[in-house]
Design a protein around this ligand. Structure first.
Ligand SMILES: O=C(O)c1ccccc1N[C@@H]1O[C@H](COP(=O)(O)O)[C@@H](O)[C@H]1O
Length: 598
């Protein structure tokens, strides 16, 4: 996949908009985009750890370059002047040497470069680069340079970058002017450029029709198509609006209590005798689980669309509580569909939702669990679509829901990535999260997808065992089909009848899995394991006693698998578990199933 560099960044919000890029550039040379060392150091803190931080210099001294590399810190240096080979060789980080291409003689010059990478650009106008001009790409046809060293720049933008990549096959593309409006960087243009440059191979982001590989899409009745398209447009527009992002993060910090710690689990680490174990504490969120990250985002979007009625489904009740909470906060009307079985298992959460002013509708159809609640919520949406938003609680449903829920939950992985580097100075070796529909897992995994050294493990529920009919192991036992508006993997009979899923955990007994997970399993980027009810219960007890944290049953699945995985890891390795929620809601089940506990 072609790598992408966004150059000439001067503001935090633009660095954040470029988070999917592989590299960002700070200009230290004369330019309207010039930044000081101090400013670049500040901006670099907002970039993903994995992104290359590249400093652009024009005829600077080795002292200036070295000081800047150290203080920002920079991972690469781009020389855009007439620097001699001796200087290139003296620089300790990888070097990119830029060449202005006017004709064949310039192409011949770049072939002799001693730098690690060569960058080809149009000749500068006011400054040595960043002119926004395109040069004749056919001049590169004869160039004797390995594609793995070639960086293409000069007048690129979202419209021409696909053709440029196709024609020149570079290692990386570099853009500055082409992602600006009126001389300033533009978040939407930055994101469009990255999307276009990475093209179809960047499948972890759904394509225009909402497919992750073959999974996803919009399999909805005609009556919903308009609403789904409206939502897609509204979300794309909101995603590019810094004010929306700011409002979302305001509520995450002021209301939910983010950011949540990444706690070093000292006693667990000692007990397991393997890697250092860290816990991402979603259990500390207001309302007790990760669900509220998404509920806030979607409620803000609904209001932006002028919709003040919310319908939602819930399994364990955590999403229902999160939705009811947000509806109370924003004064929105709220209807929650919940299976009768789950109502019995999660009485405390049912009462909470009612106390918060939501109407809880009991679903008695099918297995009376989460899948039936989703069916009913979808039916309700069809008949009330004009003024109602369906606030889906997992990375499921028709496009854009899987992408949107993933984006709102990605705060989990983004924080984790930053925090583990603060704690350990490097990325973790393994990250685990439980999967039902898959929202906490995709939120945790997404920011790590490009970090190939990080092993990602999703943990589903094998209930009473994979060789029984009572499990929710969609990834292990599922086959392809359509459920709740998307093509995914699901538990079904040969005739396509959706099977009942079972797990002791109401949040995991869903017969399908989000389309992005199905895709990530197919390409081998994420591994999926399964844990039984009994194993999860045992993990609840040991984890509570070792760390003083009573986990939700869902999270206990990730913990139980983490113990198994830890046995295969060394003491110098790092393992992160997403503790997606706390166990208060499961106390009745714990009291019943762990009776006689001493
Ligand atoms: O971006 C600048 O202001 C700049 C100034 C001095 C040297 C290089 C500069 N930027 C580099 O120029 C090219 C092309 O930019 P554009 O997309 O045509 O505007 C790129 O390599 C930037 O890194």
């Amino acid at each position: 996949m072609t790598k992408v560099k966004i150059c000439g960044l001067m503001e935090e919000r633009h660095v954040e908009a470029a988070k999917e890029a592989d590299a960002i550039g700070f200009v230290f040379a004369p330019s309207k985009r010039r930044v000081s060392i101090e400013r670049a150091a500040e901006l670099a803190k907002h970039a993903p750890v994995s992104a290359e931080k590249i400093g652009v210099f024009v005829n600077a001294s080795i002292e200036e370059i070295e000081e800047t590399v150290e203080k920002v810190p920079l991972t690469m240096v781009q020389l855009h002047g007439d620097e001699p080979d001796e200087l290139v060789r003296e620089i300790k980080v990888p070097v990119i040497q830029a060449f202005s291409i006017r004709g064949k003689e310039d192409v011949a010059r770049l072939e002799n470069s001693v730098a690690d990478f060569v960058l080809v650009d149009a000749p500068g106008t006011d400054y040595r680069g960043g002119s926004g001009h395109v040069f004749d790409w056919t001049l590169l046809e004869e160039a004797e340079i390995e594609a793995s060293r070639l960086i293409l720049a000069g007048g690129l933008n979202a419209e021409n970058v696909k053709a440029a990549v196709h024609q020149t096959g570079p290692y990386m593309v570099d853009v500055s002017s082409g992602v600006e409006t009126d001389g300033r960087k533009d978040e939407v243009k930055i994101q469009q450029f990255i999307q276009q440059a990475k093209g179809d191979s960047m499948q972890q982001t759904a394509d225009k029709t909402g497919f992750f590989g073959k999974y996803g899409g919009q399999f909805v009745p005609e009556t919903l198509m308009k609403a789904v398209k409206e939502l897609e447009d509204a979300y794309m527009e909101a995603k590019g609006d810094p004010a929306f992002k700011e409002e979302y993060h305001h509520y995450l910090s002021e209301y939910v209590g983010r950011e949540q710690p990444l706690t070093f689990a000292k006693r667990l680490t000692e007990a397991w005798g393997g890697p250092k174990v860290y816990l991402k504490r979603e259990d500390l969120n207001h309302t007790g689980a990760h669900k509220i990250n998404n509920a806030i985002g979607q409620a803000l979007l609904a209001m932006r669309m002028g919709k003040r009625k919310i319908v939602a489904e819930t399994g364990a009740g955590q999403h229902g509580v999160a939705t009811a909470t947000i509806c109370a906060l924003f004064d929105l009307e709220c209807v929650i569909f919940m299976g009768e079985e789950d109502i019995k298992r999660q009485q405390l959460n049912v009462f909470r939702m009612k106390l918060l002013g939501a109407k809880v509708e009991s679903v008695t159809k099918g297995s009376s669990t989460l899948k039936d609640a989703v069916n009913e919520a979808l039916r309700y949406w069809v008949t009330n679509v004009e003024d109602t938003h369906y606030l889906i609680g997992s990375a499921l449903g028709p496009h854009p829901f899987p992408t949107m829920v993933r984006d709102f939950q990605s705060v989990i992985g983004e924080e984790t990535k930053r925090q583990i580097v603060q704690h350990e100075g490097r990325l973790p070796d393994t990250v685990l999260a439980c999967v039902g529909g898959g929202s906490n897992a995709i939120g945790m995994f997404y920011p790590f997808l490009k970090d190939e050294s990080v092993r990602l493990i999703g943990v589903e529920a094998s209930g009473e065992g994979l060789d029984t009919e009572k499990h929710a192991a969609t990834m292990t036992k599922g086959t392809e089909g359509v459920l709740h508006g998307a093509f995914m993997k699901l538990l079904q009979t040969d005739a396509g009848q959706v099977l009942e899923a079972h797990s002791i955990s109401a949040g995991l007994d869903y017969p399908g899995i989000g389309p992005e997970h199905a895709y990530l399993a197919d390409i081998g980027r994420v591994e999926y394991e399964s844990i039984t009810d009994q194993e999860a219960l045992e993990a609840v007890v040991s984890f509570s006693r070792l760390e003083g944290i009573i986990p939700a049953l869902e999270s206990a699945h990730a913990i139980a698998q983490a113990e198994k995985t830890a046995k295969t890891m060394g003491k110098d390795e790092i393992l992160v578990i997403c503790v997606s929620g706390r166990g208060d809601k499961d106390m009745a089940t714990y009291a019943e199933r762990l009776e006689g506990l001493s």
